[in-house]
Design a protein around this ligand. Structure first.
Ligand SMILES: Cc1cc2nc3c(=O)[nH]c(=O)nc-3n(C[C@H](O)[C@H](O)[C@H](O)COP(=O)(O)OP(=O)(O)OC[C@H]3O[C@@H](n4cnc5c(N)ncnc54)[C@H](O)[C@@H]3O)c2cc1C
Length: 499
């Protein structure tokens, strides 16, 4: 066996430094040398500010002090996403992290709630989600600091982050653990006879050798596409947005503990509050809206004064046909991109690294490992794609050509089956290891006006007056808890203020 002695990462955006930090954490430098090459001449994409709860898990896994991290990347807390105007203009719903309701003995909470609704019960699904209730009240507290067995104890949360500060923070983390950073533009990728990568030639003339390479070059996809020729599977037919315009603004008022993603005429806009500024953007379809129109619309949506010039970002929704080829994996934007509605891109970076370590090869890169990795990544991408398509395809909007298109477009066959199963009896087809668990699917379905036709008859085993009593207890416990918490602003000011 010939172990990998050196891994070279190309690219120093969020994906490059996350990959470097994970390797630096998991390997001693005398076992694995890690070198990261990045070019200031090219720079990073500089967006990517909303995350999902596993991102907090990554910070903890790396042994980073959460408070120190939050203070240095000017983060705020995120309890979920508010989604106005997706189902109908004027309607809004919330997709919370964490759980919704707790099991009633052997019975699933959602089925109990469905039965109660069929009998005219008035409580909303989100009244049983601690994160939705806290978000509504703009309050926050860390679940891990809450007393055990209280509703808050099992709430979830993620962070809103400044992407460039995160890359800077993780760079320092990785360099302290002996990752070598080389500044330079890669001008040529040299390959061995079998097609694997041998070395990178930099503009300076320096040659960087490695046993394994990680392509973190963003949309350039320098190694995986330009050198190894791996193609791209395009999903424009399922997700019509292909551009975004982003602008940062001054903060106005308090920072809310959630992302706002508002459906607009030809796409949707985001608002992400950080401690020192707000990130805003409009994701749109170039078929229905020009760049100038999108920019003007975005500037009319923002509250605070712009502090950057609007930046247009074209993108191609889809994924690599293979994520791992020969001695190279692609991580981050070089591996694919799904529009940032549910802030899943950094999560896919983490999953890419998690699976790489699960199937960690020696220098032979056994094909069976490569195939399994590609299968895992494909499935991960497709699951996230389907969840995003769900937000569009269930719309009732037909007020613009864009929304007419979304309402009637083709959807992936697996998603069509999932919707049918859910509509029948509230059942979800999913695995334990998936990012979006039942509560997420239930929230989007409910928010988009889809409630199952029937509840599962199993719930009839539970005496109905008892069921109602339990629902009432749960709802009161959650709202009582939320009222006692500090506001999100106050919580950050007291414990996590930016350095
Ligand atoms: C509009 C938009 C909104 C987004 N919002 C979110 C969000 O809310 N949440 C989320 O998780 N993600 C989001 N993302 C995705 C997120 O921005 C990326 O996943 C993340 O920034 C990682 O990017 P990257 O590191 O792969 O690429 P980049 O940041 O583009 O970095 C590429 C790196 O490669 C280097 N490079 C390229 N070519 C060469 C070369 N020839 N030689 C040397 N170096 C080279 C560059 O210098 C740079 O360091 C969003 C993306 C877009 C487009």
């Amino acid at each position: 066996m010939k172990p990998i002695k050196k891994i070279v990462i190309v690219g120093g955006g969020s994906s490059g430094w996350i990959a470097a930090s994970i390797l630096a954490h998991d390997f001693r430098p005398e076992v694995l040398e890690v070198e990261l090459v990045e070019s200031e001449e090219i720079g990073t994409i500089g967006v990517g500010e909303s995350t999902v709860p596993p991102f907090v898990g990554l910070i903890k896994k790396l042994g980073i002090d959460e408070q120190h991290f939050i203070q240095n990347v000017h983060a705020t807390f995120k309890l979920g996403i508010e989604l106005p105007d997706w189902h109908q203009v004027g309607e809004s719903y919330f997709h919370p992290f964490g759980w919704i309701g707790t099991r009633l003995g052997v019975h699933d909470f959602y089925q109990a709630w469905l039965k109660a609704k069929s009998k005219g019960h008035t409580s909303e699904l989100q009244s049983f989600a601690p994160c939705s209730v806290m978000a509504r009240e703009r309050r926050f507290f860390l679940p891990q600091d809450a007393p055990p067995r209280t509703p808050l104890g099992s709430a979830g949360y993620a962070l809103h982050i400044d992407a460039s500060l995160v890359a800077k923070y993780l760079r320092q983390y990785a360099e302290e653990r002996k990752v070598r950073r080389t500044e330079g533009l890669v001008t040529e990728v040299r390959q061995n006879e079998d097609g694997s990568i041998a070395s990178l030639l930099l503009k300076s003339g320096e040659e960087v050798h490695g046993d394994f390479f990680i392509d973190c070059t963003g949309f350039y996809a320098l190694l995986i596409e330009k050198s190894l020729g791996i193609g791209y599977e395009d999903w424009l037919n399922y997700l019509p947005c292909d551009r975004a315009v982003a602008v940062q603004t001054e903060n106005l008022g308090e920072a809310v503990p959630y992302t706002v993603a508002t459906a607009r005429e030809e796409g949707w806009s985001w608002r992400i509050p950080l401690q020192h500024r707000t990130g805003n953007g409009y994701v749109y379809s170039s078929e229905y809206c020009s760049d100038d129109e999108a920019t003007a619309k975005l500037l009319s949506y923002v509250d605070g004064k712009p502090i950057t010039e609007p930046m247009i970002i074209p993108f191609r929704t889809g994924m690599r046909e293979s994520f791992w080829h020969k001695n190279c994996i692609s991580i981050g934007l070089s591996s694919g991109f799904i529009e940032p509605l549910e802030a899943t891109a950094l999560h896919l970076v983490m999953r890419g690294m998690e699976f790489f370590l699960r199937f960690y090869p020696d220098q032979d890169c056994e094909q069976v490992l490569v195939d399994e990795y590609n299968r895992y990544m494909r499935s991960e991408y497709e699951l996230i794609r389907d969840f995003i398509v769900l937000h569009y395809c269930l719309t009732d909007r037909e007020d613009t050509p864009f929304w007419k298109h979304c309402k009637h477009m083709d959807i992936p066959p697996g998603l069509a089956e999932k919707i049918e199963l859910f509509e029948a009896q509230g059942i979800l087809r999913q695995g334990d290891d998936e990012l979006w668990q039942a509560s997420s699917w239930q929230s989007v379905f409910e928010g988009m006006g889809v409630r199952p036709k029937k509840y599962s008859a199993r719930i009839d085993n539970l005496d109905y007056p008892l069921l109602e009593e339990k629902l009432q207890e749960m709802e009161m416990a959650i709202s009582g808890m939320a009222r006692r918490l500090p506001t999100h602003d106050q919580f950050i000011r007291e414990r996590f203020s930016a350095k």
